[in-house]
Design a protein around this ligand. Structure first.
Ligand SMILES: Nc1ncnc2c1ncn2[C@@H]1O[C@H](COP(=O)(O)OP(=O)(O)OP(=O)(O)O)[C@@H](O)[C@H]1O
Length: 302
């Protein structure tokens, strides 16, 4: 569990993090979402004691990171996948990390296996692809078998296979009861990875909610419908008070103001065949951009 209260960080006149309060729960993947420069990395660095807050505080399992006696056993983090000695092998890199934290060598083989790097453990880490480097970084984060894991933009630059692997791996870690906190500037990615979302912009909290709720709010009652009996369906919909607007586009009807289930039931009870009945997820990115627009503009004019 991670808890921030009034967390604030100034760099000279730049307010990187501004009175941020949130909590990250165990057993779930929590997405930390915000446009570039929103303050995600700064917040993560403060959680890890790499930066001191100007005001406020952040604790991990109720404690300040700096007061943890064996921090690697409590929090594991991947901030920068390229943070390895290029000439060291993957195993040597992990052994060095393990030994400096009094973690037994056998744990190195366990984490190599967990991330699927056993076969290449003797190869020099400097020659690793980005996907392999990310796996090595994650192996390092897992060394102390910590309850809390943090990943800063872990899927940046990865191919679809790598993204899928990371996503599934995070779900597995959360299912084991761990607290998984992962940052991204892509809502579409987070919507598929995270169960909870903490959205920030310009260092300030914009929203803290479940991903499901965020999507429900963002895509509220916009549904695309295709049917060979579209005119009939339109007539039926037009008669309903809850219809806000109905417009035809590329042969489909875009309906606002009602839920998909309502349209499905209406169609079924009138013997209308549906070829498509889809909630509009396209508006998800729009909702995110709308939410964070001010913060992006602020940075663009800085
Ligand atoms: N060491 C520093 N010195 C001065 N300003 C900094 C420092 N670190 C971050 N900042 C500024 O603080 C703000 C937040 O940056 P931060 O890197 O935390 O954002 P971010 O959300 O992680 O962005 P990105 O997605 O681009 O990594 C930015 O305006 C950045 O320029």
């Amino acid at each position: 569990m991670i808890e921030a209260t009034g967390l604030t960080k100034h760099y000279g006149r730049t307010v990187a993090v501004d009175d941020l309060s949130f909590s990250v729960q165990p057993g779930r993947v929590t997405g930390f979402l915000g446009p570039n420069g929103a303050g995600k990395s700064t917040t993560m660095r403060m959680i890890l004691g790499l930066d001191r807050p100007t005001r406020g505080k952040v604790t991990v399992k109720g404690q300040d990171y700096r007061s943890l006696r064996e921090p690697l056993r409590v929090v594991g983090a991947l901030l920068d996948a390229k943070w390895v000695h290029p000439n060291r092998s993957a195993r040597a890199h992990l052994q060095w990390l393990a030994r400096s934290n009094r973690i037994p060598d056998k744990r190195v083989d366990e984490v190599l296996d967990a991330v699927g790097l056993t076969q290449v453990a003797k190869r020099r880490a400097g020659g690793f692809s980005l996907g392999m480097s990310q796996r090595l970084g994650i192996a390092g984060a897992l060394l102390g078998d910590p309850e809390v894991l943090m990943f800063d933009e872990p899927v940046n630059g990865l191919d679809p296979e790598g993204i899928l692997w990371i996503r599934q791996f995070m779900h597995r870690l959360a299912a084991e009861g761990r607290t998984v906190f992962v940052s991204s500037h892509l809502l579409s990615e987070m919507a598929q990875t995270a169960q909870d979302l903490i959205v920030i912009g310009r260092g300030k909290l914009i929203s803290q909610t479940s991903t499901e709720q965020f999507i429900a709010d963002a895509t509220e009652d916009t549904v695309r419908v295709r049917s060979p009996q579209l005119d009939r369906l339109r007539e039926l919909l037009d008669g309903r008070a809850r219809i806000a607007e109905a417009t035809a586009s590329d042969g489909a009807l875009v309906v606002h103001g009602v839920e998909p289930a309502f349209i499905g039931e209406l169609a079924a009870s009138n013997g209308i065949t549906l070829h498509e009945l889809s909630p509009q997820l396209g508006s998800l990115e729009e909702a995110f951009m709308q939410l964070t627009k001010e913060s992006v503009e602020y940075h663009a004019t800085e």
